[in-house]
Design a protein around this ligand. Sequence first.
Ligand code: COA
Length: 348
Amino acid sequence: MLRTKIAGIGKYVPENIVTNNDLLKYMDTSDEWIQERTGIKERRYAHRTKETTTTMGIEAAKVAIERAGITPQDIDFIIFATLSPDYYFPGCGVLLQREMKMGEIGALDIRNQCSGFVYGLSIADQFIKTGMYKNILLVGSEKHSFGLDFTTRGRNVTVIFGDGAGAVVLQPTTNENQGILSTHLHSDGADAEVLAMYNPGTHANYWKENLNSFDEAEIGQMFISHDMINNAQIFPNMDGQTVFKKAVVKFPEVIMEALSKNNLSTTDINLLVPHQANLRIAQFVQQKLKLSDDQVFNNIQKYGNTTAASIPIALCEAFELGKVNEGDLICLAAFGSGFTWGSALLRW
Ligand code: COA
């Protein structure tokens, strides 16, 4: 039976380090508040004009492709996960295909926010297991710093997010002691507006009367208007406490679902790489599952929450630090906007 293995992994984070104290220039916050509530000490911001979500994804992809021992032209399918694309459309996948001079292969963009990488991994797994593709490039990349409210009004969201990219090359293997064992995907749209960026969009207030108001005469401006810009309605909006409460339930649940599907237990996990949403959430999950410090990898302290990029960046860093070895049982788990959440269990 074919399994899907990670044949190469890479990451890219911009050079520009932005500390919590650097944010004081823009908003009323403090290093103490940010570290206490989120664990974040610093994050990276992409170069304003010389780096995009796609170019960062390309840098991560180059490393993953080289480590897989193949060339960009060997890639036969692209999956690109991001919530901060270069263009509203087309997606980043085709820009990456063009810039990396790949053939006329399929390029799929997915919008599952913080669980984008796990969703992408699951899609790739299906294509590899059926024998359809042999070298899938999966990228998670975000340039959040371009779309955040850098005033005190937006501080609850802005301090959390950072930029960066991670990528993996996925290949088939017949080795039964290697590869993805299972993936588990979930969603619950009941709280779709709890962590969301409403505009620009085509909703025209359909889902929530009071999201913002429109004068009928301004119908041409319902997609994006000066009002939306002036009232900061073009930035992400988050009810942090609702996110927190749901995340600490769904993370353990979906990790246990993956373990029980494979008749394994928490003691079998060599490394849990949770989506880096908030260090407090990861610590809560660790405690709940009674995992040791060695069994969990976190790096949100250095990079903030990089959404679709956070799991591949963390997994890549763990790999580079020698914390991921052949045969290790790795658990990936994510939760985020939608809400959507998921897990993947794999042997390295
Ligand atoms: N600096 C200083 N004060 C801040 C602040 C900041 N960056 N952001 C919010 N505050 C203030 C609020 O204005 C509020 O002040 P008030 O009591 O005077 O009204 C106070 O801190 C508490 O705000 P609250 O939003 O209740 O804080 P919290 O304890 O819930 O922490 C989060 C906020 C965002 C850190 C927390 O809710 C969280 O981590 N949630 C999960 C978010 C997450 O993981 N998102 C990504 C999902 S993938």
